[in-house]
Design a protein around this ligand. Structure first.
Ligand code: SDX
Length: 436
């Protein structure tokens, strides 16, 4: 993709010693401009240095925009609040993949196509039986999604737009089935096949919670809640796991392998694993009275403890998703008749105290999407080990959409960062007999 048109490119002057170079400044439609350093090394013999990429734009994208200071999240320009309120997850998937909201006919066709790809190859079920029953479901997801590339040779030629779209539809369609299989396997219950007459969210809940011994009736309030949770998690710009998918895809790896790499990265507690860690943290705190002790620990530089579900690399304001998640949490607890959830009481009080504490205020640390999601998912009946699996299920559309955008970018090249080397300089080999 070329630099965004419509703005005259300005430039930045870099001066080192008595030499200067002009570096082009590229403008986005909204958000920070970027300084194009693509030729910096060739011109100056120097690299830039930005571990953690706090000031680095890795790509140009038109999918998701975040304003961290204002707490704004847009999918293809539409505010997350409006999409979560008025649309459904498959509509959001269409929007992220195609760039526009679908017409009624387009939505019906997209739902039909996704629904008819929800089954997985029957031999995949044997693949699961190689795992211990107590394997973490995320390990099963990394393996089983990567294994999909062994089954779908007709959609791994990434140079074919048709195959790229089939692979995208297959990933979106099969993630709920694989996630439900990982859950069923972990509790020793038989796998449940998808049903084509159910909507995406109800199909998933039925595959997780129905048993052969009785009919399963989806609760529309709970289906709507999980569908909205999927919308909130669908995409989030160039976060760690999306950047992993892009980097894996830049080598030409097939989409299933790239998504497996994204799942592996999401698993970390600093990223998607935070929803599981946040619920465990609330359980460890155990009572409102113990909150000050944990706030103190979170502020102590010598204590590795951090408030899980708090803070964000980009949001220096309230994560807009966390607000919607908190509302959904109350809806689900209300529908299930859970009058008072001690963990919710601790979460609400912990948020109240932290948001008044100067340490958190100064560092602009607010609850993020993972702070309330765990309480909600537990109320829906999921064990904590499944929380990040649900995050991966929903984020698959973001990963595959960003992967497609990268593959379709004519300027795309293999990602290959450099380094600041501080290791040993040249030295000759010493035979072992002469080593001291
Ligand atoms: C997700 O990138 C995305 O978009 C991710 C995500 C998505 O949708 O893809 O939004 C999903 O991953 C949300 C984040 C989930 N992670 C957690 O909730 C784990 C707890 N949060 C932290 O680990 C941390 O806030 C990060 C990892 C989220 C962000 O880390 P940064 O940007 O590297 O920030 P930092 O570690 O440099 O922190 C800045 C300061 C530090 O203090 P000082 O050194 O300045 O004194 O804030 C402190 C940190 O110690 N800090 C915290 C804290 N988070 C940051 N202190 C206590 N508790 C915390 N949670």
């Amino acid at each position: 993709m070329d630099a965004i048109d419509g703005n005259s490119a300005k430039s930045a002057t870099l001066t080192i010693g008595n030499e200067s170079w002009e570096l082009p400044i590229l403008n986005g439609t909204v958000g920070p401009d970027v300084i194009d350093i693509g030729k910096l090394y060739a011109q100056t013999g120097k690299f830039t240095y930005d571990p953690g990429f706090t000031s680095t734009a890795s790509c140009e994208s038109q999918i998701t925009y975040i304003d961290g200071d204002e707490g704004i999240l847009l999918y293809r320009g539409y505010p997350i609040e409006q999409l979560a309120e008025s649309g459904d997850f498959l509509e959001t998937c269409y929007l992220l993949l195609y760039g526009e909201l679908p017409t009624a006919a387009q939505k019906a066709d997209f739902d039909y196509r996704v629904t008819r790809h929800t089954m997985v190859h029957e031999q995949m079920s044997r693949f699961f039986h190689g795992f211990r029953r107590d394997a973490h479901p995320m390990s099963v997801m990394v393996a089983s999604v990567g294994a999909l590339s062994a089954f779908y040779h007709d959609s791994t030629d990434i140079s074919d737009p048709q195959q790229r779209m089939i692979a995208s539809i297959r990933m979106i369609a099969k993630m709920p089935t694989l996630a439900a299989m990982a859950y069923k396997y972990s509790i020793g219950q038989p796998f449940v096949y998808p049903k084509n007459d159910l909507d995406y969210a109800s199909n998933f809940l039925r595959m997780c919670f129905s048993v052969p011994c009785e009919e399963y009736k989806a609760n529309p309030i709970l289906s709507r809640a999980i569908d909205r949770i999927f919308i909130l998690h669908a995409d989030h710009e160039q976060n760690a796991s999306t950047s992993t998918v892009r980097l894996a895809g830049s080598s030409g790896a097939n989409p299933f392998a790239c998504i497996a790499a994204g799942i592996a990265c999401l698993w970390g507690p600093a990223h998607g694993g935070a929803n599981e860690a946040a619920l465990k943290m609330l359980g460890e705190i155990g009572s409102v009275e113990r909150i000050p002790e944990y706030i103190k620990r979170a502020k102590d530089k010598n204590d590795p403890f951090r408030l899980m579900g708090f803070g964000h690399r980009v949001y220096k304001n309230y994560d807009p998703r966390a607000k919607i998640m908190q509302k959904t949490c109350h809806e689900v607890l209300g529908e299930l008749g859970i009058k008072d959830d001690p963990l919710l009481d601790i979460a609400v009080e912990l948020e109240r105290i932290a948001l008044q504490d100067e340490y958190f205020v100064e560092r602009k640390l607010y609850p993020n999407i993972d702070f309330y999601s765990g309480i909600t998912l537990r109320a829906l009946g999921f064990p904590t080990s499944m929380f990040t699996v649900l995050f991966a299920l929903a984020r698959t559309v973001g990963w595959i959409g960003q992967w497609k955008e990268m593959i379709e970018d004519p300027g795309q090249r293999i990602g290959r960062p450099r380094q600041l080397y501080t290791g040993a300089t040249h030295r000759d080999y010493v035979p072992i007999a002469r080593r001291k």
